[in-house]
Design a protein around this ligand. Structure first.
Ligand SMILES: [Zn+2]
Length: 95
């Protein structure tokens, strides 16, 4: 038997009634229906806006994180680069 009743939900941000499915709402375990109260479309806009507003902060954080990541995985990265380089070198020798 198929579950045919379509559950709809009004997005708290844009006020548009949308089908409660992963197509329109992002999953959220903490919320009542298991989906976020705002639709995906609004989340996308919000994230974009949030990014615009915090672009500098985000970039700084990312740089910090990357720097930290590099520090922590330097050996692995260097090893990977070395191997990658050797493979590439090996390939080019074939021709
Ligand atoms: Zn919306």
């Amino acid at each position: 038997m198929k579950f045919t009743t379509t559950l709809t939900k009004v997005c708290t941000n844009c006020g548009i009634e949308k089908e409660v499915s992963e197509k329109y709402f992002a999953r959220d375990k903490r919320s009542k229906y298991g989906f976020k109260s705002t639709c995906k479309e609004c989340n996308k806009i919000y994230r974009k806006q949030h990014y615009q507003d915090h672009k500098k902060d985000i970039r700084e954080k990312q740089n910090k994180y990357l720097h930290q990541y590099y520090q922590e995985h330097r050996e692995k990265i260097l090893e990977y680069k070395k191997q990658h380089y050797l493979i590439k070198k090996g390939e080019s020798n074939l021709f």
